[in-house]
Design a protein around this ligand. Sequence first.
Ligand code: ADQ
Length: 612
Amino acid sequence: MKITARLALALAAAIAGVLYLSSYLHVQSDGLRLSLMALGLTGVSLWIIYWRVARPLDRLTLWMRDIRAGDEARFPVRARALETLVAEASRLAQSLGEARAVAEQEARLRHRADAVWTAERLKEHVRRQLEGRPMFLVANREPYEHCRKGKAIEVRTPASGLVTGLEPILRACGGTWIAHGSGDADWDVVDARGKVKVPPHDPQYTLKRVWLSEDEMDGYYYGFSNEGLWPLCHIAHTRPLFQSEDWARYKAVNEKFAQALLQEMAGTQEPCVLIQDYHFALLPRLIKTFRPDARVAIFWHIPWPNPEAFDICPWQTAILDGMLGADLIGFHIQFHCNNFLETVDRTLESQVDWERFAVRRSSHATLVKPLPISIAFPTPQTAPAPALEELLKPLGLRASAIGVGVDRIDYTKGIVERFRAVERFLELHPEQKGEFSFVELAAPSRTLIQRYQDLVAAVEQEAVRINGRFQSKQWRPIVLLKRIHSHEQIEPFYKAARLCFVTSLHDGMNLVSKEFVAARDDELGVLILSRFTGAARELRDALLINPYDIEQMAEALHQALTMDEREQARRMASMRRALKDHNVYQWAGRLIEELAKIPSVDALTGPSEPGT
Ligand code: ADQ
């Protein structure tokens, strides 16, 4: 028992003793009685302090000692007065537990001389590569949105492959993530410079928000980026729309982000800048013009089309010139690098060095590299696969096997084609009626654009039409759950599904396929994967399909549902090995290493050629 406790007990006992004594001695004096009462009150107060504060503090100390010794039990006492302190201590304990798990894994891996990339290894790698230089990341999408829910503010993580891939890196290495502040309560939680530390419950890096008006969003994001560049770069037979007002906004917003970034970088030396995606094609040049000492990379998360396709963009020269301001341009696969270099070769006055995969323009050289993005793997231990009945009960359904699809509702993802394959499968295999359901977790995306609204309607109609053909009282072939789900909500579907169905018409990488494989630590389940995804080049043991071929997809569904467990395990184990060797930490490690080793004086460049 601690000293406060002993004191409280002693005082209480003393007061009781004094009161007893005063009545025993028939004390008459008011002054004396008041003094005795004051003593009594003091005793009671001390008693309360002991129970509400001192005792929980003692317990907290013992609990923390246990945690330090490796026993990670819950805090044993409910202590309202110390709720915040206990919550903070619990988070600290959780972080300690995670760090310990990582360290143990590191030790195990070192012992096995294994070369797996982990957050810890990346942190160390980045520290050595950057030698104290700060890291800045620019992306349109922010990793956390603060949104109003009634009177409270809740934190949401957007459904975005880019966020899935990049967030673990900032968590591991720190730095500043600059993004558009899109949540309706974002403004309420930032400081005077638009900054807030994130993740909200365990701050590890800085998020700087840039504010955009509706007009800016219309022109730069919905217009030029998503009605122009997105369909231009994906072969999905959706015509790009180019409008000069959108282009003007795109340029202005790129300049606005350049200002924000330059402001953040003021006072730093040779900062490392990682620019993300097609929203910021002009940013590399804008930054390098003012900060030639910065090492600038732009990573293009979507495909790059062939030169004929790119040729239709009225501002192609400006886009290429903007990108070539970077020291390094990354694509997911070699094929997109080749397309990019061919496009530059045909469009700009420059020298393409096909041996080094570099472009020389004026006095600057840019390297072009394939860097296939991935996910954090192995993932932390999660709950085991839920029973299928439990998962389907809230949906009022029964089935003996399910398939799962997880997508933003985008015309590049082939969702309608996927539903038609399920329909064809049931036509060919009527014995599967009542047995197999396909669950689509679909997040509405870019819904201010008319063709995305039309697509949502088309996806819904197709689900209703197909269900209308086959459904019974407690079963339907297609279960469309149309909203953003948290990763914790998606995970049980990955784990319980017999198959994951990825049917993108064209996809830079596709992280859903990798998430499914990562979730299957039971080494069961089958991945059906479009061969038009970047992921298809790595996950060779998936059943590769052409999403334009409905018959082939229906056959793949049948093959997946009848595949024996040994074959499933062989394929899944091989795909998990591929993920282990190429996780997101390895991706980031390579990206930063490539960037860091580019000399600050353009050694690659040499004197510029006449006419270049
Ligand atoms: P996306 O087109 O967004 O990414 P993808 O790589 O599949 O595509 O990533 C989607 C992410 O959003 C996944 O993490 C997934 O779990 C999540 N998600 C999808 N639907 C969801 C839902 N209903 N609720 C919640 N989360 C959902 C772009 C490119 C890809 C490239 C990535 C990363 O188009 O080709 O792989 O960037 O570079």
